[in-house]
Design a protein around this ligand. Structure first.
Ligand SMILES: [Zn+2]
Length: 204
């Protein structure tokens, strides 16, 4: 009996040793990854989708820190953005969660309550804190404008929450007013009788 017990004990020791070794390498790798991302941080902010497994990592749902527009504009040109979204728009891969076959007519009122994401499936703008809606961030705004009509796409298509959609509409209007975005002025047919009067028009 004794040698068998000894054999089992040895096996257990080996298993724990191996697992410890694995843990060590995993943690070391995690540390390495962390330092490399920190180095990259200065050049380009990291996109969403990173896994914060360690307990000391910042809260992924915290939105109390305001990201400046300049950072967002740089982020849209960065490799991190490319890796996250590829060639797609930021809203292309997003799907709404709802019960039943048909989605509710309106999207949710807001994804962020008291500076924190209050839902498990935040909208395409709220889920990525580096996407800042601003009239200077034209590269982002253009993704929400239809190439056919020139109008802002509906929230039923993009899945934006009502708050983000309103802020998008405001930003697009501000961008058009200040010349950051161009748009076609709608064609209008003038009835000149309204300006010169009928009699004058008949004389001429
Ligand atoms: Zn939202």
């Amino acid at each position: 009996m004794l040698p068998i017990a000894h054999g089992i004990y040895r096996g257990l020791v080996n298993i724990t040793r191996n697992s410890r070794g694995a843990f060590h390498t995993a943690s070391a790798f995690r540390c390495k990854a962390k330092t490399s991302t920190e180095e990259n941080d200065a050049a380009a902010p990291e996109g969403e989708g990173e896994d914060n497994t360690s307990s000391s990592a910042p809260d992924a749902k915290d939105r109390s820190k305001a990201i400046p527009v300049e950072t967002s504009i740089r982020y849209l040109k960065s490799a991190a953005y490319k890796q996250t979204y590829g060639e797609d728009f930021v809203w292309t891969q997003y799907r709404r969660n709802h019960k039943g076959m048909y989605a509710p007519r309106k999207t949710r009122k807001t994804c962020i309550r008291q500076n924190r994401i209050s839902t498990g499936n935040p909208c395409p703008i709220c889920r990525d804190e580096y996407l800042v809606l601003d009239y200077r961030n034209t590269e982002l705004l253009e993704q929400f404008i239809s190439p056919h009509s020139g109008d802002v796409l509906s929230y039923s298509k993009t899945g934006l929450c009502q708050k983000s959609h309103l802020r998008l509409m405001v930003a697009v209007q501000q961008a058009r007013d200040s010349g950051y975005l161009t748009y076609d002025v709608p064609f209008r047919e003038y009835d000149y009788n309204e300006y010169y009067g009928k009699e004058q028009n008949q004389k001429a």
